[in-house]
Design a binder for this molecule. Structure first.
Ligand SMILES: [Fe+2]
Length: 534
């Protein structure tokens, strides 16, 4: 990487600030970089903000993508047809006085003019700030941080997790409120974006805003859709506050896709693998992922571990790319086939990787960051079980191998984090959900959606039919929000944060309920059940 001095940018530090969404500051064009007028950038290309991700103890990824016209139909963001050199710098302070790394990276058309820089050799467990420059434009700055040294049992981690942000269903207020909590790490558990064209997926009460473009099928479509989402200032604020660790669910590609099978296998999609390839490529281009996740052919390596010292090991799963097709035609069913021992939601290789990783982990907490409901949710009274074929209930033998695996490995505190269902839940995980006397062997926390499903409504969890039918399920709420966690060596605390509306911008967030998980005590315990402001 070339060492480049930002020169004049230092004079603009005070106006640049560190707030995501802040307008880029116009700088005098350095003579060497002015370029020819016809190929120069027409306007500020930093409309999609900045992001960082996948921290380890000596580095992280920083990301941006150039797009002066983010909604351009060809997905190219209004970029001239050539490559650009993007300069970047990483500092120990938010005013960029103590710069510790700087360099230049190409933004090439083949990768949608995205920039991924992997930093290494930085100090463990500390904050950094980063920003980019191209031609005379300076990006907003982002805050990020390195993880603690793998052997360091740090006193706490402030982490938030979120999922399911259907742009059309509401304003991304919950992302803004998440940013205001200043977490040190954010997990996104999927449905970061949705594939539908405007009007195809309407929230109760109507959609306050629309998608641009058709249902996403081509690379141009997915690039345009990602750009529309990334242009949202609330989402930009959440990315700029902390490193994110992202995994996809289904809507980044196609509703309820399974490996090489689209949502509706009965409706021929001869180009589904081309669609999947386009979706994966656009996902990589638009996320702060490491080189290990550069797509190869029809595949993208997304499952991976992020370790936060000796405190937490995050095992991030991909339950879409390798799964068997949903049993009994998908849906919520009574379906004995779902329990077939050979069925897999992880694929054999990922299952081995997970079980092996849990055996070797040795951290105080082992967190499975993943997509679909893990604990059993039987929605039929009586001896038959009606279960979601898209969730782990549709692959119950695979679930049993995972829970037995963490028992055999002596995992001290296994916790499953989940998205997908657009509602908040807390549940005990049991080895045998059908035996009331069976021991609790782990815990599950499920975050509601950022917007998907529209405003939602509050209710008494005790009135929920699924809570009534499943004694291991302890909490339910159908408002929009995210989960804020504080993890210490002794306790994991989860605040279920909600916003009353997403159909209008600017709602305040409050904590609807707080659950804790104690060290060496599997299962969730409620400590607070009345709304509070912080
Ligand atoms: Fe969703």
């Amino acid at each position: 990487m070339t060492e480049i001095n930002f020169g004049a940018t230092r004079r603009t530090i005070l106006t640049a600030g560190v707030t995501a969404g802040a307008a880029a500051v116009l700088l005098p064009a350095p003579p060497a970089l002015a370029g020819t007028p016809s190929k120069a950038l027409p306007t500020d290309p930093f409309t999609l903000g900045v992001a960082s991700g996948d921290p380890d103890h000596d580095g992280f990824v920083i990301w941006t993508r150039l797009a002066p016209q983010p909604l351009a139909e060809d997905g190219m963001g209004g970029m001239p047809n050539r490559s650009f050199t993007v300069h970047w710098e990483v500092a120990e302070d938010d005013r960029f006085h103590r710069i510790v790394r700087r360099g230049a990276s190409p933004a090439v058309r083949q990768w949608g003019h995205s920039v991924h820089v992997e930093l290494a050799g930085l100090r463990p467990n500390r904050e950094y700030w980063y920003r980019f420059r191209v031609e005379r434009y300076l990006s907003p700055a982002g805050r990020t941080r390195t993880a603690p040294h793998p052997s360091s049992l740090v006193p706490s981690l402030a982490m938030a997790f979120a999922s399911c942000s259907q742009y059309e269903h509401g304003y991304f207020t919950a992302y803004r409120r998440l940013a205001e909590d200043h977490p040190d790490l954010v997990l996104h558990l999927g449905d970061y974006q949705y594939e539908y064209k405007a009007g195809d997926y309407v929230a109760p009460g109507g959609n306050p805003r629309d998608h641009q473009g058709p249902e996403t099928e081509t690379l141009a479509n997915y690039r345009q859709r990602h750009a529309q989402y990334k242009a949202d200032p609330d989402l930009q604020a959440a990315h700029a506050v902390a490193p994110w660790v992202v995994v996809w669910d289904d809507h980044e590609v196609d509703n309820n896709w399974a490996d090489e099978v689209p949502e509706r296998p009965d409706i021929p999609q001869p180009n589904f693998l081309a669609r999947r390839t386009a979706a994966f490529r656009a996902y990589y281009e638009n996320m702060p992922l490491r080189r290990t996740s550069v797509p190869r052919g029809i595949d993208l390596q997304l499952y991976r571990r992020v370790r936060w010292g000796a405190l937490v090991n995050f095992h991030m799963l991909d339950t879409r790319q390798y799964r068997d097709d949903q049993a009994c035609g998908d849906g919520s069913k009574v379906c004995p086939e779902a329990a077939a021992p050979e069925r897999t939601i992880t694929g054999a290789a990922q299952e081995r990787w997970l079980l092996d990783g849990m055996r070797r982990s040795g951290t105080r907490w082992d967190v499975l960051g993943q997509q679909v409901f893990f604990a059993q949710r039987d929605t039929l009274d009586g001896p038959d079980k009606r279960l979601s074929m898209d969730a782990w209930d549709g692959y119950s033998a695979n679930r049993r191998r995972v829970t037995q695996g963490w028992i055999d490995a002596g995992v001290r505190n296994p916790v499953v984090l989940t998205g997908d269902v657009h509602t908040h839940w807390a549940a005990d995980v049991k080895l045998d959900f059908d035996d009331p006397a069976a021991p609790v062997v782990g815990s599950e926390l499920v975050c509601s959606s950022i917007t998907s499903g529209g405003d939602g409504a509050d209710s008494d969890p005790a009135d929920n039919a699924t809570v009534k039918l499943n004694p291991h399920v302890k909490f339910y709420n159908a408002q929009r929000g995210y989960v804020r966690t504080t993890i210490t060596p002794e306790l994991l605390t989860a605040d279920f944060r909600v916003v009353p509306v997403v159909s209008a911008p600017g709602a305040a967030a409050h904590t609807r309920a707080t659950f804790v998980i104690e060290d060496r005590v599997p299962g969730v315990h409620q400590t607070y059940d009345r709304p509070r402001d912080n």
